[in-house]
Structures are given as C-alpha cells and as structure tokens.
Design a protein around this ligand. Structure first.
Ligand SMILES: CC(C)(COP(=O)(O)OP(=O)(O)OC[C@H]1O[C@@H](n2cnc3c(N)ncnc32)[C@H](O)[C@@H]1OP(=O)(O)O)[C@@H](O)C(=O)NCCC(=O)NCCS
Length: 322
C-alpha cells in the first residue's frame, strides 16, 4: 500500500496590512469589537494587479524548496480557491505556467473555507492509487475582492493569503485519513449570490459580495468541526491526548476555542494564527500549518489533526503524521 506524506510546506501573505484601527476609519466598527468577537487584529490585502495565482506561486515555491522537489517533478497540481484569477482557465493551470512547468495535471477545487481539506483529500487519493508520486496542494484566496467593504458584519472577518504543501508517495503513512462532507441545504447562510450563470439575472445583479448569517454559521461550524474531529480520532483508534497539534481553520478565535474544548485538545496544542491575517478561507489551514512548521512548533513525527468548515456548507478533516 502506498501512502502520501507532507514533505514540504510554504505560505505567503501580501505585503499590505490592514489593521482593525485602520479599518474602523472607513466602516462603523472598532478594534475592541473585532478582537473580542473574533480574535482578529489585522488582515493582509493584495496589491492592485496581484492575483490569487501570484499568492499561490509564492507559497508553492517555498513548499517546493522545503521539500527539495523541483516543480518539473510534479505529477499534479490541486489548488483550492473560491476566488480564482479568472472564470477559466483554472488558477491551478495559471500557477503551472508561473511555475514554468508543462504537462502535469492541474485543476481547482471549490469548497470555500474547507477547500484545503478537500484538495488534500483529492491529492491523497491520486497518490494512494499509484497514479501520482508528487502532488502540489495549495489553498489560495483573494477574498478582499469579494467583500462589501461597507458591510461591517463581513468585511472585518476576511483577508488574503496562500498556503501550500508538497505531498509525496511512499511506504510510511503520513496522511492516515481524510474526511470531507457537505450539506447544500445551508448555502444561503454563507454565500456570494452572483456568479457566472446567475449574474445575468437582474434579481442578483447587485449581490456580488459575501453574505453571511454569522450566528448560524458559528453554531454549525462548532458543531460539525468538533463532531468530525472526534470521528477522525476514533476512526484512527486515537484520542485527544495522542494529538501533538490541532491545526484548525482560522476563522474566529472563539470557534477554534469551542472546537478544541469539545474535542479535548488544550489550547497550548492548538495552532492559532487568525489574529495575524483573519479568515483567509482555503488558505487558512496550510498557512497555519506552515507557520507552526517554520517556528519549530511542529516537528517531524508529530501527529496533526486538521479541520475546516466553510460555505456550502462544506467541512473536512485530516489526521497526519509529519
Ligand atoms: C460574525 C460574528 C463575529 C458576529 O458576532 P456576534 O456576537 O454573533 O454578533 P451579532 O451578529 O449578534 O451582532 C451583535 C451586534 O454587533 C453589531 N456588529 C456586527 N458587526 C460589527 C462590527 N464589525 N463592528 C461593530 N459592531 C458590529 C451588530 O450589528 C449587532 O448590533 P445590534 O445588537 O445593535 O443589532 C460571529 O457571529 C461569528 O464569528 N460567526 C462566524 C463567522 C465565520 O467565522 N464565518 C466564516 C466561517 S468559514
């Protein structure tokens, strides 16, 4: 049996930082409100002319460098995003061109904030099946481009960024299990009402930004992520004490805390980066993972529980040995 293993991680945040203080000059909010409700202190915002594929490229180059793998040796690129550069081609194809490689498969996965869990799961199947040896998996977003910057209930929460991992096939288990779920009944609670097909309908024309019922999303996120995290541990015959690090979706500190408490992982073993970049959607889990790898918290051999939740609703998890 072949397994996949993470052999390199990388991440990138755009240069421009938008603090809560700065944001409160243009929208009716305050640093205190945002920090108390979400834990977020600042977010990063892309520059004019900088796109999702550019953020993905920076994160990917770091991950490839850390893995010691040349882009030419990639068999597949799977990129999770809800903010692609263009309608088509896929941002994965654009990234392939920016990496200056040819021929390997490249496609996008769209599962909003659970996108990286989905992309990781897809990549894992290709390696386990023996179809691919080296797969680049990225979560990259420019959410600042789909926000209504006058809507204080959403614009304070999100930011731009990218994270990437290189997966390689081998005999030793790195990814023990991945789990993905969706429930389309709840799409109206967190969505962008327009798109390619719907934009031609007059009724939806003005609704081009993220809309959310924050309280309902909060409850569902806590409930589903903690239930799935517990199921993931059970399916691997483990309990919370066996987990070295939990790397959750970075949407809101209170959601992270509530899930960790239900799963039984103390906050000292939970990677939290949301304060530095807000919710970067599909980028948030690989960004947090890379941060903890680079600052030395996550060590080779550590057991990591990843989990994420997003619009759709979609949610997913993975149990990994680094
Ligand atoms: C969005 C969220 C932070 C709001 O926190 P909350 O405690 O539920 O706050 P409420 O929505 O009840 O709003 C409370 C008050 O704050 C106000 N408010 C909302 N956003 C505000 C802001 N940015 N600044 C100041 N006040 C704000 C509301 O208008 C409301 O005022 P009112 O009582 O006068 O009507 C919270 O619901 C949340 O984090 N939800 C999950 C969001 C998420 O993570 N989504 C992505 C998942 S992938």
């Amino acid at each position: 049996m072949k397994f996949s293993r993470i052999v390199g991680t990388g991440s990138y945040l755009p240069e421009k930082v938008l603090s809560n203080e700065e944001l409160s000059k243009s929208v009716d909010t305050s640093d205190e409100w945002i920090r108390e409700r979400t834990g977020i202190r600042q977010r990063h915002i892309v520059a004019d002319g900088q796109y999702t594929s550019d953020l993905a490229l920076n994160a990917s180059l770091q991950a490839l460098d850390a893995a010691g793998i040349h882009a030419d040796d990639l068999d597949l690129i799977v990129l999770a995003t809800s903010t692609p550069d263009v309608v088509f081609p896929s941002t994965a194809s654009i990234l392939q061109e920016k990496l200056n490689v040819r021929g390997c498969g490249a496609f996008d996965v769209q599962a909003v904030c659970a996108g990286f869990a989905y992309a990781l799961s897809v990549a894992d199947q290709f390696i386990k099946a023996g179809t691919c040896q080296n797969v680049l998996v990225i979560g990259a977003e420019t959410f600042s481009r789909i926000l209504d910057w006058t809507d204080r209930t959403t614009c304070v929460l999100f930011g731009d960024g990218a994270g990437a991992v290189v997966l390689t096939g081998g005999d030793k288990a790195g990814l023990h299990s991945t789990h993905i779920h969706a429930d389309g009944r709840f799409q109206d609670l967190l969505h962008v009402p327009t798109g390619v097909s719907k934009q031609y309908n007059e009724m939806f024309k003005a609704q081009t930004a993220v809309q959310m019922n924050g309280q309902k999303v909060f409850k569902w996120a806590v409930r589903e992520m903690s239930a799935l995290a517990i199921k993931t541990l059970e399916e691997n015959g483990l309990n919370a004490d066996d987990v070295d690090w939990m790397v959750p979706h970075q949407a809101n500190f209170r959601i992270i805390e509530a899930v960790a408490s239900k799963v039984g992982v103390p906050m000292e073993r939970v990677v939290v980066t949301v304060q530095d970049h807000g919710n970067t959607s599909a980028a948030s889990v690989p960004l947090a993972l890379d941060t903890a790898v680079r600052d030395g918290r996550v060590q080779p051999g550590d057991k990591i529980l990843l989990e994420a939740f997003g619009g759709g609703f979609t949610w997913g998890s993975a149990l990994i040995t680094m």
